[in-house]
Design a protein around this ligand. Sequence first.
Ligand SMILES: [Fe+2]
Length: 374
Amino acid sequence: MPGLTLPTVHPLPASDLKTGIGLGAEIRGADLNNLSDQQFEVIHNALYNHQVVIFKGQGALTPKAQYELTNRFDQSSTSYGHGKTLDVKRSILHPDLKTIPHQPQVQVIGNGHVPSFEGLENIKLKHPHHRTFHKDPVPIEEDLNVTRFYRWHIDAALYDLNPPFVTTLMAVSVPKGRRQLLRYDDGTGDEMEVPLGTTAFASGYKMYDILSEEQKEFVRTTKVQYAPHPYVWMSSAKALSDGLGLHSEGLELPESELPLIDESKIQILPMVWKNPVTGALALQVHPCAVQKLHLKDGTIIDDLAEVRRIVHDLQRPGISPKYVYAHDWEEGDLVLFHNRGVIHSVVGAFAEDEVRIFRQCNLAASVPPTGPDA
Ligand SMILES: [Fe+2]
């Protein structure tokens, strides 16, 4: 009988926080279109213990049920994580997302021409290619075989709206994949083999745990100030080859070219966020959107190059190949991830005739993230 059997949680083989990547579990036996409170309790605990949870065979999940699952983690939050900010044409997120008319908190992302999907007609989706964002892209002759992390990030507006607790990503249509070599191209020689069009995740808990004691003290006591309208502000800047932040070349838009700024909506957030279930600490920073650091002694670091260098040094060990989970998408996969405990990145490049359809949902949270001392 539906609702009586509880789902079971199966950690991924490499998921151990101490010895492995520190995230990932598959949940089996959940009826996501008819979720009881007891079933949700299992999913809730699994999410906050494993950060990324995977449900296979969810092809029949409706956009409404996807929204409801996402909403259940914070029932007073009902609007999409970026609110209306995607309407701003200069936002770097604008071309990547199409809104489902009958469920506006759910966005369609992917690649290729889609004649009809959930009330959207004749849409053209474009999987972001790192060439449009990285300063030094992979040479064109290697493009089929070699890829990059496009942009490591948290799903969050980082201006006015609180970062969503969770994101759900549903694979509706997945082209038959080849594999690619992902290169960091940051002088380390790091590389990893990944499935075509993978989504890469790195645990903020792992990222924190592998810091030195001195660094841990620094991140626990430092706050990050994000740029106002960050996705417009950064729209002309170019990314580092490892996708973990931006080059500092003075290309960010000046305040005079941004939409109107309300000072009260600028976000200054802890660098470390506490897990609401386990109490563990995650280093959680959106490296492209940072503008200033507020140190515990009151000093404000506002030299952008310096701010970015500090943040990159702290985050880079946590995205080493041995700590990255690269999900191998199959049609019907629903991935639910703890957006306040991981950073993630789009990876790979599709040909124009490779059609991929995903549905994404996250909701601006009703409360800000909890810092380390709360
Ligand atoms: Fe994302």
